[in-house]
Design a binder for this molecule. Structure first.
Ligand SMILES: Cc1ncc(COP(=O)(O)O)c(C=O)c1O
Length: 396
């Protein structure tokens, strides 16, 4: 012993060893809230952005930075900021774009919590949002002229009706009005579309979904240009919405298989969508892969059209949907999407409960509408399973 007491040894022994001459084959989890340097001058230089490094995890963390670099690369963006949830990413991204008195234009069938964020949070701060059908480009053009918004908010594929936004066309309209385009691309994942390459200024993902992919994390990410990325990081030092290093590590691990998972899921969805469309108990199937998307198809990286569909149980309401969900054994009835296993959700009960029944009806979200996020199971098993659940739903 060198004279130190047991208390001192217990807290310091084994800590802060200099990394040796090796490289971990995957980015390690840096579960540290702060980072120390050999000299105060070194630390000062990091604080001043004069040398790369990390000082405090709310300002930046090596594990989180590794994920941010990966997603920026996948989206073709210059910078990414990871957050504690997809909603935190939406909040931060919008906060970075608008000031009190500004106006926002947004899709009328946004994810329910984003609708509530715009209305209940930004609305009361004096930032009003006007909602428009963003698949109607003429309506967007005239709303832009009338509202003169600073920002247009859309989802690549809307939830739960799977309407596809024509991002290149929307970007052209937005440019003509000197506004900016924010795209929530959660449903598409970076595999299918890269909105920044088509003129969008900011892309948001709930990493909870496809990027992480295994149903065991909650997180979000914003991808944008270097300047806005820096501003958002500075803003987030104050807002403090962080992705934890452990979540970043799990998400990085999920991202490695994203292209494989997403391709398999999207291919199975085509099979399931065709089968559902021919089923007598199904009134309508909403899936971009069954439609001629016209000009909007040019934004897709290949022939994948997503892995989520929704369908109306013919003549169905809450009772039929509940029977359908209670009969599920392979698909998991849960409020999420994009996992390796198939997930079923009742929009009227979950994702769109922030809307009133009248608002849902106006949007075309019927009381018999069910959303299915297709997983990596064999599509034949999914079809056999759905057949049984539909029979249970329609049995009287
Ligand atoms: C399209 C879309 N955007 C954002 C979110 C919010 O993500 P999170 O639950 O990670 O906050 C969701 C969640 O379902 C979503 O579906």
């Amino acid at each position: 012993m060198d004279g130190r007491h047991v208390e001192t040894i217990a807290v310091h022994a084994g800590e802060r060893a200099e990394p040796g001459d090796f490289t971990a084959t995957v980015a390690p989890i840096h579960a540290a809230s702060s980072f120390s340097y050999r000299s105060a001058a070194d630390q000062e230089a990091v604080f001043n952005d004069e040398r790369p490094g990390f000082v405090y995890t709310r300002y930046g963390n090596p594990t989180v930075a590794a994920l941010e670099a990966t997603i920026a690369d996948l989206e073709g963006g210059e910078a990414a900021v990871a957050t504690g949830s997809g909603m935190a990413a939406m909040h931060l991204a919008i906060l970075g774009e608008v000031q009190a008195g500004d106006r926002i234009l947004a899709s009328k069938d946004l994810y329910g919590s984003t609708f509530a964020l715009l209305t209940n949070v930004f609305g009361v701060l004096g930032i009003r949002t006007t909602f428009v059908d963003t698949t109607d480009l003429a309506a967007v053009e005239s709303a832009m002229a009338e509202v003169r918004p600073r920002l247009l908010v859309v989802e690549t594929i809307s939830n739960p009706l799977m309407r596809v936004a024509d991002i290149p066309a929307l970007a052209t309209i937005v440019k003509g009005h000197r506004a900016r385009l924010l795209v929530d691309s959660t449903f598409a994942s970076p595999v299918m579309v890269n909105p920044l390459r088509h003129g969008a200024h900011v892309v948001v993902h709930s990493t909870t979904k496809y990027l992480s992919g295994h149903g065991d994390t909650t997180g979000g990410v914003i991808v944008t240009d270097e300047v806005r990325g820096h501003e958002l990081r500075e803003l987030n030092k104050l807002v403090g919405s962080l992705m934890s290093p452990f979540t970043a590590w799990l998400t990085q691990r999920g991202v490695k298989t994203l292209p494989l998972r997403f391709a398999q899921q999207a291919r199975s969805t085509v099979t399931v969508a065709r089968w559902l469309a021919a089923h007598p108990s199904v009134a309508q199937v909403n899936f971009p892969g069954l439609l001629d998307l016209g000009g909007a198809a040019r934004q897709f990286n290949g022939d994948l059209r997503g892995a989520i569909l929704s369908f109306d149980i013919r003549g169905g309401g809450a009772a039929e949907v509940h029977r359908f969900m209670d009969a599920l054994t392979v698909c998991v009835p849960a409020t999420t999407l994009g996992d390796v296993y198939s997930l079923v959700l009742y929009p009227a009960m979950s994702s769109h409960r922030a809307y009133t029944a009248e608002q849902r009806a106006t949007l075309g979200i019927g009381e018999g509408l069910v959303r299915l996020s297709v997983g990596i199971e064999h599509p034949d098993d999914l079809i056999a399973h759905l057949e049984k659940a539909l029979a249970a739903a329609t049995a009287v």
